[in-house]
Design a protein around this ligand. Structure first.
Ligand code: BEZ
Ligand code: MG
Length: 578
């Protein structure tokens, strides 16, 4: 390699590092647990308000604050700049003015903020005022939460006022908290906005796959959750429709009752086969939507189009060659048996109750292979056991995918992401004889990002588990905080077990941060020796299951620590019974 090639390579690596650092820096992360009844503190509040202000809010006559600042500074093409991976000087300047303006707002109110952003970035007060009027309103509702009184009313069996369910940033009208979350009207799903956002996200997903594989994915397995589709008014549903190449049709009452096929000439890409595994909650809340999705699949499978432009039709034709009936060959909506919920993959992982990785995929299919479809007479079938059909369909899957809907809950915060997205990925792996590409979309930021699962695990590890701001925030909650850290380790481990998506260095750094640092170890032991013991055991399990091969020194230290923790357990038990 010549010197100039060397330096080009080096520059590219430095650039990439810079991009990753800024991505981590800009990520909004919750620090610490929510305490029932306690209002957000200053820092949390400014972070939240900054995010709220970064979206256009036509319902409040407010435009995005970063866009206004960029315009005021004469930055051209701010939207395009913001979409780029690299953060430019201009974008940094815009971001710093936005942050300072929000802080000024929190300290001095709307008028002070309007004046400040006018001085710093020549933003016309007529443009900025609606934003700060909206934020003033949100601030008041953030301060006046009803959580404790509402809990007491609930315990007395009294009425609790209803409120919409959503992420605060996506829909600030969820405030004040402490209300009874109501679902959406399933006939309103997907909303017009959800369908429009879904196009951007699903296109980003297809682009990402093509960049990595040089072709479109022929079949994608999607995970659809109920609460997510309530929060986003059906973005997950809309993504499935868009991948198939259909759009929702509304009746005179504005109810989504059917789909219309988007012509290939307008779609400008093949129709993708989609397999939908939906949660029990989704099935219960969105019965008409289940039928709509089934209808969309049937419509697309029946189109007279060449196979290379309609992968669903191609796959259905392949199934028909093997003596499958049309109604079976088009089955794509799967869930639990009626009355059942969840995959149990999370419990199997947490309790270390599996021998080979395939067991986890098998469990997923056992729980989720119930078809929600129609029979040949058009009568709906709700939850017919259809393991063979699910096996056949999963064998064709190239990629698995889930849409993230919340700023507050990520893929290592709860066990449900790995039980669903991990579970289906493992099921695909043994059926397709190939590990699928696994993707996660952040449809929640103004700039939709589709990341691989591995990238998402790295990002979450760096912004949460290994980030002192995050773990110190947790440790302020004492016993519970240590339990949360341990939960995150287990959830991360769940991504190794189900999807081989965790880099070995992650386990090394977790060990160094929480077990091998004597001061941290002593703090954790003092606060919660039980969770600390589970954490040490889990890291050793990650090694014995082959997810991580630490160097001898670290391994020996971990074994010693584990040994002494197990002994301390005996001492603690003896103390407790004495
Ligand atoms: C759901 O909203 O469908 C869901 C919630 C928690 C875990 C799994 C699914
Ligand atoms: Mg749970």
């Amino acid at each position: 390699m010549t010197t100039s090639q060397d330096s080009i390579g080096r520059d590219a690596r430095v650039m990439r590092l810079w991009e990753e650092l800024t991505e981590i820096e800009q990520r909004l992360i919750p620090t610490g647990l929510h305490v029932l009844g306690r209002a957000a503190e200053f820092k949390q509040k400014t972070d939240l308000l900054r995010m709220v202000a970064s979206f256009d809010r036509p319902e409040h006559g407010a435009r995005s604050l970063p866009a206004l600042v960029a315009e005021g500074l004469g930055v051209e093409n701010y939207d395009a700049l913001a979409q780029e991976r690299a953060v430019s000087e201009a974008q940094k300047l815009v971001d710093s003015i936005v942050s300072a303006t929000i802080e000024r707002f929190c300290e001095g109110g709307a008028e002070a903020a309007v004046k400040f952003v006018n001085e710093k970035a020549a933003v016309d007060p007529r443009d900025s005022l609606p934003i700060f009027v909206m934020l003033t309103n949100i601030c008041a509702r953030l301060d006046s939460n009803q959580e404790l009184p509402a809990l007491l009313r609930a315990l007395r069996g009294e009425y609790i006022a209803p409120g919409p369910g959503a992420d605060i940033v996506q829909n600030p009208s969820v405030l004040p908290t402490g209300r009874n979350t109501h679902a959406v009207n399933p006939y309103s799903v997907p909303s017009v906005v959800a369908f429009s956002r879904a196009q951007t996200t699903a296109d980003a997903l297809l682009t990402r796959y093509r960049e990595e594989h040089g072709r479109y994915p022929r079949s994608i397995a999607l995970v659809l959750w109920g609460l997510d589709n309530i929060k986003t008014q059906g973005e997950g549903v809309a993504q499935a429709l868009w991948l198939l190449g259909v759009r929702p049709i509304r009746d005179a009452l504005n109810r989504v009752v059917d789909v219309a096929v988007i012509p290939l000439a307008d779609l400008k890409r093949p129709r993708i086969d989609v397999v939908m595994t939906v949660s029990g909650i989704f099935r219960d809340l969105f019965a008409p939507t289940m039928l709509l999705l089934d209808q969309a699949v049937r419509r697309v499978a029946a189109l007279d189009e060449p196979h290379e432009a309609n992968y669903l039709r191609q796959h259905v034709a392949e199934s028909l060659e093997h003596e499958t009936e049309f109604d079976d060959a088009v089955t794509r909506v799967f869930s639990n048996a009626p009355g059942n919920y969840g995959t149990n993959v999370n419990f199997m992982v947490m309790d270390s109750q599996w021998d080979t990785a395939e067991t986890l995929g098998e469990l997923f299919v056992t729980r989720k292979s119930f078809a929600y479809t129609r029979d040949s007479k058009g009568r709906s079938i709700e939850g017919r056991e259809a393991r063979k059909l699910m096996d056949d369909t999963l064998a064709r899957v190239d990629a698995t995918y889930q849409n993230l809907d919340s700023f507050e809950v990520g893929i290592t915060d709860v066990d449900h992401y790995f039980e669903y997205l991990g579970g289906i990925s493992k099921a695909v792996q043994s059926r397709a004889k190939n590990r699928p590409a696994v993707y996660v979309a952040d449809s929640l930021s103004p700039q939709t990002k589709v990341r691989s699962l591995e990238e998402t695990v790295r990002l979450e590890t760096r912004t949460k588990m290994l980030n002192p701001k995050w773990y110190e925030g947790m440790l302020e909650h004492g016993f519970r905080g240590v339990a949360e850290i341990e939960n995150h380790v287990t959830n991360t481990f769940g991504w190794s077990a189900t999807a081989d998506a965790v880099d070995p260095w992650i386990y090394t750094e977790i060990s160094k941060t929480f077990l091998l640092d004597p001061i941290m170890f002593a703090r954790l032991f003092e606060l919660n020796p039980h969770s600390l013991r589970s954490l040490a055991k889990r890291l050793l399990e990650a090694h014995t299951r082959g997810y991580w091969n630490p160097d001898e020194g670290i391994l020996e230290q971990l074994k010693d620590i584990n040994h002494s923790l197990q002994n301390s357990n005996e001492t603690l038990k003896a103390d407790a019974t004495a």
